[in-house]
Design a protein around this ligand. Sequence first.
Ligand code: ADP
Ligand code: ADP
Length: 224
Amino acid sequence: MRIVVEDVGKTFIDSKKNEVTALKDINFSIEQQEFVVLVGPSGCGKSTLLNIVGGLMSPSTGQVYFEGGSGKDPKLGIVFQEIALFPWRTVYQNVIFGLQENGASKKECEEKGKYYIDMVGLTGFENAYPKQLSGGMKQRAGIARALSVEPDLLLMDEPFSALDAQTRTLMQEELLTIWDRTRLSTLYVTHNIQEAVYLGDRVIVLSRHPGQIKSIINIDMPKM
Ligand code: ADP
Ligand code: ADP
């Protein structure tokens, strides 16, 4: 599936009733099996753009569309910086949440739950509750939950920014290993240029005033 972002703009009205232009004239695409990173300073509109691509927010202008999918609504997997695990559910119950929502059978939940818990290195922690996990482990569980629905597009908004430097480096390496196995079309948001060039096939740099594309850096050849 190919994701096209066409002429997207977003204007907010702030508390003083002033218009704030968060994004203007944004055009890019995410090709099948491509890992695209959006990078730029705080406040440049990265989260807004990710939320628009993910359908969580509507753009003020332009559109986002999906080409070459199964014809149904695209399936999305989303991982945020703020750990959004359900505290009253175990790791396993959190990971299979999206599958259950999609009406998967118990058997499918068990198979995929086990598979993706193993992929993120949480085997043995299936019955733990989020409060018993470290920050890195919570993000692993969040990633497994996003992967378990086998999404057409994986969206990640600063997933490792709240972690200590050592854990963050480890998680970046592990994400690339996972990515090599899944080859999901991915849009990843960060303010860290070093992280962006380490992870991305293509890095889109947003400028501050107002969120427009400053440059697009091609890091790797398309992986086909
Ligand atoms: P980034 O993710 O790059 O830090 P954001 O997308 O969060 O940037 O924000 C871009 C700009 O839009 C900022 O100026 C921010 O204050 C503004 N903004 C974001 N969300 C809202 C909102 N709900 N209401 C008003 N302004 C907003
Ligand atoms: P990030 O740095 O990850 O973009 P922010 O702290 O900028 O996170 O934004 C967190 C949330 O607050 C987002 O949902 C964003 O839309 C909202 N937000 C950001 N700026 C504003 C603002 N000026 N007024 C209202 N909501 C805002």
